[in-house]
Design a protein around this ligand. Sequence first.
Ligand SMILES: O=P(O)(O)OC[C@H]1O[C@@H](O)[C@H](O)[C@@H](O)[C@@H]1O
Length: 283
Amino acid sequence: MGVEQNGKTIVLKLASGASAEIYLFGATVTSWIVDGKERMFLSSKSSLDSTKAIRGGIPIVFPIFGPPPSSPPEYAALKQHGFVRTQDWTLDSIIMDRDEGVSVRLTSPPPPSEFNHKFTLSYVVTLTKHQLSTDVHINNTGNEDFIFQVLLHNYLAVPDVKKITITGLDKGIEFFDKAAGGKMGTWQGGELKITQETDRVMWKVPSQEIKVDDGEGSGFLVKFRGFEDCTIWNPQEKSGKNMADMEENGWDRYICIEPGYVREFKSIKAGEEFLGQQVLTVL
Ligand SMILES: O=P(O)(O)OC[C@H]1O[C@@H](O)[C@H](O)[C@@H](O)[C@@H]1O
């Protein structure tokens, strides 16, 4: 029980058998086991040698989501989804180590020199019997405002994505449909099924609670606070087969329900803190 440190990874363990593995590279959660079952998808073709972002688990997206914008220059120079998913993070502290829960705080290293904004970024991962909570704390430690986007890119393992049902998306939400070439749409309410490539940035989700029924008696509840938007992504074969680090048919074994602040850039004032929380529960 407790917290094991194994060089590149930290493993949280509970007496119930629940565990979570976090790579220091990107502070990426790569495994979450509940009731003897792996709940995170991790592609068998993912590189785990710190050369490329990990394909699976929960990569952290910051300070941009998606491809870089054309300006300002320090943002235009960034790679897709920003730099923190490919940085070596540090274990800062063990916050809690008890029978009912284990919690650790990780901190990111300084940003690349061209990203000339002062901030601290810490990530608190808490494991309880059926839940995994991941909280991002961003503090503006400089004297000027700066802007960012942030998102927790979870890959939730499911037996067959074509059998899942997603609910909790409020009727009337606007979404940016990347799979449809970047069109805006309005969600009509009800259930969302994955029958084709899906890449939707749902703007301002009032419920902040999305349920995934895996069609085989289990699933997930994804709750969030601080984050307002949620991207729902599954590439299916059409785009999945073009991803070098995606295993064959991997696209059928996960769904990404990604809480974030991504519909626009959020401005953070000098001295201000942003807290984005994700709570994943196994149903
Ligand atoms: O291949 P990456 O950089 O990890 O991104 C994966 C996907 O991440 C999703 O969040 C985006 O909405 C998709 O458009 C993107 O393809």
